[in-house]
Each structure stands twice: as C-alpha cells, then as structure tokens.
Design a protein around this ligand. Structure first.
Ligand SMILES: *[C@@H]1O[C@H](CO)[C@@H](O)[C@H](O)[C@H]1NC(C)=O
Ligand SMILES: *[C@@H]1O[C@H](CO)[C@@H](O)[C@H](O)[C@H]1NC(C)=O
Length: 415
C-alpha cells in the first residue's frame, strides 16, 4: 500500500515537472533555435516568402537555380525557393537584428514628407494615362532605373494607350554620400520627371511606408489613371501583354491581379529575414497577397486601397501589408499564371534550356529577378523584327554558347 502510494506520488511529481517544463517552453519568448517548438516546423509554403528576393538593391541570381517545371504547384515552388535560399546572399545583419519593439513603438509615425514630387505626371494626357508604371527603387540603383526607362518602362503609347512611369524612392540608408545622391535625384527628376522621393529611410522594413505613400500619392495626383502596374526594378514586364489584358477590363471596377500567395504562414524562426513574432502577428495564416515583383490594380481599387491602408496597422512586410488592406476592402486578389514573381524556373526535363528564349517570354506578363543586362537583352530580343514565334521548332530549340573560340564573344541568341 505504502509502496503504491509512493509510486503515485512519484508519478504526480513527474507529471508536474513535465507540465512545468512544457509551460516554460511555451512561455519563453526567446527560445533558442533548435528548440522543438511546433511553430518552427514550417510548412513548405512559407519558404516562398523566405526566399522572396525583394530587398532593395540586392538582386538575386534566381535564374541560376531551381530546375522545375513551369506551372509549378506551390509546394514545388517552395522546394525551388529552398534551393535559392542557399545561393542568395544572406540578409545583412541590420535586417536580422530588426528591432520589433522599436518598430511597434514608432508604428504611428507613418506620415512622411514628399521631397520630390511629379504633380503633373498624370495631367499631361487628357482623360489621364491608361497605365501608370510605379517601380520601387533605391537611390543607389541608378543603372536599374535607366534600363527600365529604356526598355519596358518607356513612357508613350503602347497599342495606342498612354503609359506613364514613376520611381518610388526613400532617402538612402548610407548617409555618407548623401550630398551626391541628393544632386543625382534632382538631376534625374529634372531630366526624366519620374522621381517620387519621400523623407523616410529606404530600408527593407520601410517598404510598407512606400506602399502607403504611393497609394496616397496616386489617389491625390493620379486619380484619373485607369490602371496601375506596381513592381520592382529587377523585373521584366511584357507591357504589350499587360495592356492587352487590361483593355479587356473596366477601370471603374475592382481589379487586383498578380502572383498571389495563399495561406502563407508567418515565419517564426528568429534567424529569418521574414521573422515575425507572435506579438506582432498572432494569427497562423496571412491573408492572400501578391508577390512584390509586380501586380496590377484598377483605378477603383487604388482609391479603395489608399483609404483602407490608412486604417491598417503598419506591418514590416509590404506585400503582406497590402494583403491586409485587400482583406479590409473584401477584395479577393486574382492569380494570373503570367506573373512569375519568383523568376522563371527551367523545366527539369531540359536543364539546358535557357531562360533567354524570347518566345518563352512572349506569353508572360512579369518575370522577376533579372539582371540589368538580361532585361535589356530580353526587351531587344522580343522587339526584334526577326522574332517569329509561330514555328514550334524555334521555341523548342535552346540557345547554346557556340563551342568554337572565335564565336564565343559574338555568339548571338538569334540565329
Ligand atoms: C557608404 O558609402 C560610402 C561612400 O559611398 C562607402 O565608402 C561606404 O562603404 C558605404 N558604407 C556602407 C555601410 O555601405
Ligand atoms: C523607417 O524610416 C524612418 C524615417 O527615416 C526611420 O526613422 C526608421 O528607422 C525606418 N525604419 C526601419 C525599420 O528601417
């Protein structure tokens, strides 16, 4: 009897100890990595966000990785993304040491001055432009802006529709050469009239501010625009396809189209660039949102979003933040296969197939993660009078570097 009692007591004690340690691990906010917290077992979907190469000024060699079929389901993409994570440069220490406490404290500080404006941007065409291209850039990325201006981001007529362009910028994070950058901004603005510069520091976690300020700017200075494309400077955009697509829509109705990510989970791994603690976002799933590489919205949706976003609390990941605004206006974003905001992935069956097959790009709308030269090359190939994509044979024939040494420097993808 006494023995059994003793046994019971020991059992109870053990249970209490187990319960306490469980509580301890649950309560502990700063659990060290490798702790077997259930939240760390990320479903593969979340890895997409993790790999999203959207940090300003840090283009990623996405095309060098991820041999996957074209119309890849989410999980497959996640694998691709995984591979990419290893090949991309890790986020700088400043990002991983993101101070959530300070962010939460400063959250109400969300109105910054517009230092350089283009108030007449949308007033030049009677009735307003058909499409406004708004591109996130950082002051330092002059070359990226130049290539966009010269290629897919040209202002003027496409299929008879007026296209206008603006770049969205904050103040440079590196303050040492501020005077130079300031001069550059004023020169660029005078020359091209496409610079919007706000007085907040241009950091990855301030991209949400860029989103809010741009929507407010558009609602105030470009309310007569019919559609907006908003995207990164490291994308290739097939503007003809976009215009063609938009001509079939009504700007007075809701429209939000892009590479939509559904059911993504907040990343609870502290090491990650996209780490979000539960104190900042308590739900287990993000609302549907568009990959930041590029998406389209109608004038009507722009106005609604600019109002809705003012009521949404600041969130450090801009794509997700916009998803929250969309949720607020009860608008379901539309997924379009033509938006490849995670880059083109090569079919695994033909790893030698180059992404530089112009016919391959002909049916797409947006392709993310391209280098400056690649954007230039793709645009020129697509606009070459010699381009003919009617023969299937041509589409299938991959480009290969010519073997002979004398042709190596002048190899032309257009045979
Ligand atoms: C900031 O800019 C200066 C001058 O352009 C450069 O020498 C320095 O390395 C930069 N600092 C950082 C942290 O990038
Ligand atoms: C955002 O910009 C503001 C204003 O320049 C700055 O004080 C703040 O530190 C920035 N926040 C982040 C997270 O970089």
């Amino acid at each position: 009897m006494r023995v059994r009692l003793k046994g019971d007591a020991i059992c109870t004690l053990l249970l209490v100890v187990a319960l306490c340690s469980l509580l301890y691990t649950q309560l502990e906010h700063f659990a060290p990595k490798g702790h077997k917290e259930p939240t760390q077992k990320q479903p593969s979907v979340t890895q997409r966000i993790l790999s999203d190469p959207r940090a300003p000024g840090r283009p990623t060699p996405a095309e060098a990785t991820a041999p996957r079929p074209q119309l890849i389901p989410t999980v497959r993409r996640a694998e691709a993304a995984n591979t990419r994570v290893q090949t991309t440069t890790p986020a700088p220490a400043a990002d991983s040491a993101f101070n959530f406490k300070r962010y939460l404290l400063n959250k109400d500080n969300r109105n910054f001055n517009l230092l350089i404006n283009q108030p007449k941007k949308c007033k030049r065409t009677p009735g307003g432009p058909f499409l406004l291209i708004a591109i996130k850039s950082v002051v330092e990325d002059f070359d990226r802006r130049e290539i966009v201006r010269k290629t897919w981001g040209r202002e003027g007529l496409v299929n008879g529709e007026q296209i206008q362009r603006v770049f969205l910028l904050g103040t440079p994070r590196n303050r040492t050469a501020l005077a130079t950058w300031e001069t550059l901004m004023h020169q660029e603005s005078q020359t091209y009239r496409d610079i919007l510069l706000w007085d907040f520091m241009d950091t990855f976690f301030n991209l949400t501010l860029k989103e809010i300020h741009f929507l407010n700017w558009a609602a105030e200075f470009c309310h007569n625009v019919k559609f907006i494309f908003k995207g990164d400077a490291d994308v290739f955009v097939n503007i003809e396809n976009i215009v063609d697509f938009l001509e079939r829509h009504n700007p007075a109705e809701d429209l939000f189209v892009g590479d939509i990510i559904y059911n993504a989970r907040p990343i609870r791994v502290r090491k990650s660039k996209y780490y979000i603690p539960e104190t900042m976002y308590g739900l287990s799933i993000y609302p549907a949102y568009a990959g930041g590489g590029g998406f389209l919205l109608s004038s009507c949706t722009m106005r609604k979003l600019s109002r809705a976003c003012r009521e949404v609390e600041l969130f450090p990941i801009d794509d997700v933040f916009l998803g929250m605004c969309l949720q607020r206006i009860n608008l379901k974003p539309i997924l379009h296969e033509g938006f490849k905001t995670f880059g083109i992935v090569k079919p695994s069956a033909a790893p030698h197939l180059q992404t530089f097959e112009p016919c391959f790009y002909k049916d797409l709308m947006v392709v993310h993660s391209l280098k400056v030269a690649e954007i230039w090359l793709m645009w020129n190939l697509l606009h070459s009078p010699r381009l003919s994509c009617t023969q299937k044979k041509q589409v299938k024939k991959p480009f290969q570097w010519k073997r002979k040494a004398q042709t190596a420097t002048q190899a032309s993808p257009l045979r």
